[in-house]
Design a protein around this ligand. Structure first.
Ligand SMILES: N[C@@H](CCC(=O)N[C@@H](CS)C(=O)NCC(=O)O)C(=O)O
Length: 214
């Protein structure tokens, strides 16, 4: 059968997640660059979001569904444990990150820097400042969550960790996120360790967002 196709822009944190899932399992894949709401993406996602995936006659959207399909269809290390409790722990963290952390840290904090909408094309300071207390709260809870095992779920590297790593990468491109990460000792150690994984290094998106001086 032809390779898995991952459809989307490599800069998307969710595209990055499914690429890392392939890399961790040793699944060959072709990245098909495509923007949200382009015809090839609209054909896969009812809301035009990335990533999409094609594999033979399987067409999918939504990063969690794609990563689960890859995990179950191929050999290699399990990204979602087989036991009910282990799988539920991973599900819990993917859900928490996708419904709370991503809206705060990516959709609000990061995108205000990357796609500035303030006066004179500058980042909207009020929007950024407004999200910082919530972001700090989330950094604190993540710092606590990884303290015991160095992982979000159980004691191994799972989809829960894969799903968080791109977000931690991106927030450190900007001053407040970098400052929060520096102070969150457990989370900083977690990021430092897992960013050394081959799956992470092989999928770092080109080019990184600019790093404004502090
Ligand atoms: N729940 C989706 C979220 C995907 C998502 O939000 N992708 C972003 C890029 S990181 C996107 O396509 N945004 C365009 C839009 O929302 O219109 C998933 O897990 O795949």
């Amino acid at each position: 059968m032809a390779n898995v196709q991952i459809i989307g822009a490599p800069q998307s944190n969710y595209v990055w997640v499914v690429r890392m899932a392939c890399e961790e399992k040793g699944v060959p894949y072709d990245l098909v660059p495509a923007r949200p709401h382009s015809p090839e993406v609209d054909a896969l996602h009812p809301l035009g979001k990335i990533p999409g995936m094609r594999h033979g006659d399987v067409a999918l959207c939504e990063s969690k569904a794609i990563a689960t399909y890859i995990d179950r269809s191929f050999g290699g290390p399990k990204l979602i444990p087989e036991d009910a409790r282990g799988a539920a722990e991973v599900e819990k963290w993917v859900s928490l990150v996708n419904t709370s952390v991503d809206p705060c840290m990516v959709r609000t904090y990061l995108l205000n820097y990357v796609f500035p909408k303030g006066a004179d094309g500058q980042p909207d300071r009020a929007a950024i400042d407004g999200v910082l207390p919530n972001m700090q709260k989330q950094i604190d809870l993540l710092d606590k969550a990884v303290a015991a095992t160095g992982h979000l779920a159980g004691s191994g590297y799972t989809l829960a960790d894969i799903n968080l790593m791109p977000i931690l990468y991106y927030i450190q491109r900007f001053p407040e996120g970098r400052g929060m990460m520096e102070k969150a000792k457990n989370l900083a150690a977690y990021y430092g360790k897992h960013s050394e994984r081959a799956s992470f290094k092989a999928t770092i998106p080109p080019p990184p967002p600019p790093r404004p001086s502090t």
